[in-house]
Design a binder for this molecule. Structure first.
Ligand SMILES: [Zn+2]
Length: 239
């Protein structure tokens, strides 16, 4: 039963075989509140890519139909009720460590509380956005996040500009109380999830794309240096 899987740590697609998986024996328990017998299993999948080799850990709960069902496969079986991601936590994307730590921390926190407290998650996403604009685009001395976003308007495409402004406004719901305290505006988990997705996209589009581009540029430069040395010509010659 080998299957394909994208590693949550290194994002590499590989084929997982029996030797990459370890599963703890099935554990059954009766929930007397709903009189159902559930099963619990712990699984560890080790990434076969030699550059990674990291272990993903998760737990699955399923309805055993009175102890009768023992799933033959552990992914997406029909009676699966819930899956808890233990490592990496709650599908938090693992980003490279050249992304500033404060951004990664805010991103992780916003993602972890998306379901428990979507309004707080949206507020943290907003703060994370502000840190990124200040750091990545070197924007300073602006009165508010609104002005900071306006300062990068001509550097990003229109759709992204609108999405970033929307993130700011939704994040404001948790950051500032309504003028009329009787008005309650909530943020739904799905909405907070979209904002966290936007943060993930910005980390990739800004930090990771820039890092990749710089790497390639310096690679081209060093290829040239090598080639010109082979020709015994000064690599910085203006000829
Ligand atoms: Zn991996």
């Amino acid at each position: 039963m080998p299957f394909s899987r994208v590693c949550p740590f290194c994002n590499v697609l590989s084929t997982i075989t029996k030797s990459d998986i370890q599963s703890a024996s099935d554990f059954f328990y009766r929930d007397f509140a709903d009189d159902t017998i559930y099963g619990l299993q712990t699984h560890v999948i080790t990434c076969p890519s030699p550059e990674c080799n990291k272990a993903e850990v998760f737990v699955q709960k399923w309805d055993t139909n009175n102890g009768e069902i023992i799933p033959k496969t552990f992914i997406n079986f029909e009676c699966l009720i819930r899956r808890w991601e233990l490592e990496p936590e709650a599908n938090v994307k693992v980003f490279p460590n050249y992304v500033p730590e404060s951004i990664l921390q805010d991103y992780k926190e916003a993602k972890l509380i998306v379901n428990i407290s979507p309004k707080a998650s949206a507020t943290i996403s907003r703060r994370c956005l502000q840190t990124m604009i200040r750091d990545f685009w070197a924007i300073k001395d602006k009165k508010s996040l609104h002005h900071e976003i306006e300062a990068i308007k001509d550097k990003i495409d229109t759709n992204m500009y609108d999405a970033i402004m929307a993130l700011k406004s939704i994040g404001n719901i948790g950051a500032h109380p309504e003028k009329d305290i009787n008005i309650i505006v909530d943020v739904e988990p799905g909405e907070a999830e979209e904002l966290v997705w936007l943060i993930e996209t910005l980390i990739e589009d800004w930090y990771m794309v820039r890092h990749d581009r710089e790497n390639r540029i310096s690679k081209i430069k060093s290829i040239n240096t090598e080639k010109q040395l082979e020709r015994k010509i000064d690599p910085y010659s203006t000829n």
